[in-house]
Design a protein around this ligand. Structure first.
Ligand code: ADP
Ligand code: GN1
Ligand code: MG
Length: 364
């Protein structure tokens, strides 16, 4: 369906440098359509923003413009000499931040973050430690960003209770007749429903602060410099919204500390690597210093479990709905993903005490 777009025309709307050489599908994101654009001078990332997921893509862009501007100011001010950059939008020839195609689709272009890698899995503990530093520093940089200026791009994005509500709706509807096949997974999820409001109610009761957070801190959403090994640029800013830093921490552990890919079929291979958990805690807490409150620190271990549970619930819901949300590459892809998440949840439950000890070791 995307081949029907005239990419020459779309790309020519933007202020690209050099002559177009190629435009190919790129990356392993689950949401947007991403293309690598190469010219004879440089590279860009072109994306069609997913408008099933983001009902108001213009509001997503408004947020990204504000946040990237704010961050590049912060980075200019920051005196240390490590190379850091903010994601940079390329304007259209008439000075706009995005281009709207004939069918209403929104296309945007970013400067390609070069000589850096977006890892799909952890090569070694150092990579995860540096990812933690990068997401921690991202969090700190946005500390003074006025939260009321941000649109809520997806309502109740990390409201785990609401994710359960949507799961139950999908169960009741059983739209594509898959319910009978996933009884065990549903039971696993429902047994843990009582935990769903731990973070949400901690925010409501003002036990922990509402902050501006990234909300999608997968390892492949941070660029790691190939030469220095440092996390130099946090990407995928579509879901930057008010939230809890526990969402960011927990989601990082969910994806990066797993011993297997998110869609591994052999569940024997799936567990949470406790030493990777430790590397992330070390990096995150070192970076945050006293910007994290005692209560937030205390909730770090459970946030890993909850974000993993929530993601499993979301994959399972999408499976029951007939795969409308996450991109899939095989028929039972979302079910396989849900299963790895639940296996991880189970494993984290076994390791919860050790996780608490690790946080205590690094939280000063
Ligand atoms: P999605 O929401 O679908 O995950 P992303 O914005 O994360 O979309 O982009 C998908 C992938 O494309 C990323 O995981 C990364 O590998 C690559 N990517 C995105 N933006 C850039 C960029 N500016 N420079 C280099 N690679 C990028
Ligand atoms: C999606 O866009 P991507 O692939 O970085 C999703 C996250 C999930 C993740 C699971 C906007 O992230 O919330 O945790 O898949 N993003 C959105 O891999 O829903
Ligand atoms: Mg992404």
């Amino acid at each position: 369906k995307y081949m029907s777009y005239d990419f020459n025309k779309i790309i020519s709307q933007f202020q690209v440098e050099g002559k177009l050489v190629s435009c190919e599908r790129y990356g392993e994101g689950h949401i947007n359509d991403t293309f690598l654009v190469e010219t004879d001078k440089t590279k860009y990332i072109l994306q069609r923003v997913n408008n099933t997921v983001f009902k108001k893509p213009e509001e997503v862009m408004e947020n990204i413009v504000k946040v990237t501007r704010f961050m590049s100011e912060q980075i200019k001010k920051c005196k240390d000499n490590t190379r850091r950059e903010a994601l940079t939008l390329v304007e259209t020839r008439d000075g706009k931040d995005y281009y709207t195609a004939e069918d209403g689709s929104l296309f945007r272009m970013y400067v390609f973050v070069d000589n850096a890698t977006s890892y799909q899995s952890i090569a070694n503990g150092e990579v995860f430690y540096q990812a933690a530093r990068a997401f921690g520093s991202f969090q700190k940089m946005l500390k003074d960003f006025p939260a009321n200026e941000l649109n809520e791009t997806i309502a109740n994005f990390h409201n785990t209770k609401d994710r359960y509500r949507l799961l139950k709706e999908a169960i009741d509807a059983d739209k594509v007749g898959r319910l009978a096949a996933v009884r065990a997974e549903i039971e696993f999820a429902l047994q843990r429903e009582k935990d769903a409001d731990i973070i949400v109610s901690a925010i409501e009761n003002k036990e922990i602060p509402l902050r501006v957070t990234h909300n999608d801190t997968k390892l492949n959403n941070v660029m790691i410099d190939d030469e220095t090994g440092l996390g130099i640029c946090v990407i995928d800013l579509d879901t930057v919204m008010p939230g809890s830093m526990l969402y960011d921490f927990g989601d990082s552990i969910r994806f990066g500390a797993s011993t297997a890919p998110e869609d591994e079929k052999d569940l024997e291979k799936v567990s949470m690597d406790i030493s990777l958990f430790e590397e992330y805690v070390r990096g995150y807490l070192e970076e945050l210093g006293d910007s994290i409150t005692p209560r937030e620190a205390e909730l770090l271990p459970v946030s890993a479990k909850l974000m993993t549970l929530e993601c499993g619930v979301r994959f399972l819901t999408d499976y029951l709905d007939g795969d409308n949300y996450f991109k899939i590459h095989r028929p039972d892809h979302n079910l396989d993903r849900a299963r790895t998440q639940f296996k991880l949840v189970w494993d984290m439950e076994q390791k919860m005490n050790t996780m608490h000890e690790i946080v205590k070791k690094y939280y000063k």
